[in-house]
Ligand binder design. Sequence first.
Ligand code: CA
Length: 223
Amino acid sequence: MRILLIEDEPDVARWLMRALRQSGIASEHAPTARLGQALASGAEFDVVVLDLQLPDQHGFDWLSEMRAKGLRTPVLVLTAQGALHDRVEGLHRGADDYLTKPFELAELEARLAALHRRSQGRAQAMVTCGSLRFDSNHPSFWLGDRLLALTPREHAALEALLARAGTPLGKSRLAERVFPLDSTVGPDAIEQVLHRLRQKLQGSDLRIVTVRGLGYMLEAQAA
Ligand code: CA
């Protein structure tokens, strides 16, 4: 695994470079966004570790520019503690994961390994239906270029429906996916989840239709 570390704090960078080397991970260091861009453009890395507060450019702007130029390398963003906003913004800008400073080396290594594994299966990681995209790398749903905010149950329901888009999915099969550990939920519970999902898809080309006797079906309407 080869890592590009873009980080301007000399102490943090020195510590990380040494620690990664000891773990057998080859890494190159760029203390500025500009040098990071040159390195990322000139060589193949498995993961980019990106600090946000860089002297010459904000990390998010660096990321947007590089994604626009076609950089496909997974990017792990280092965020400040409690900066929830940064995590959301990071996903919009094309980050694949984030880690809050300060962090344990073991956690960084685990995430680098996970990103590396995921990137190798990236080709089939995107599932679409109409303007809806599911990115199993994150995993997250996008409606056009808008990230859909879903509860875990809504997420599970939409994932199950998308996997069978255009074909009805039985109510009990759907309930198993949405409430896997909960046998006490009544039949109305799934209706409530679908009701909220339908609201969130309103105004788009996607519809969740009820197919009498067969279940529910996600379909995209032709424009
Ligand atoms: Ca910094």
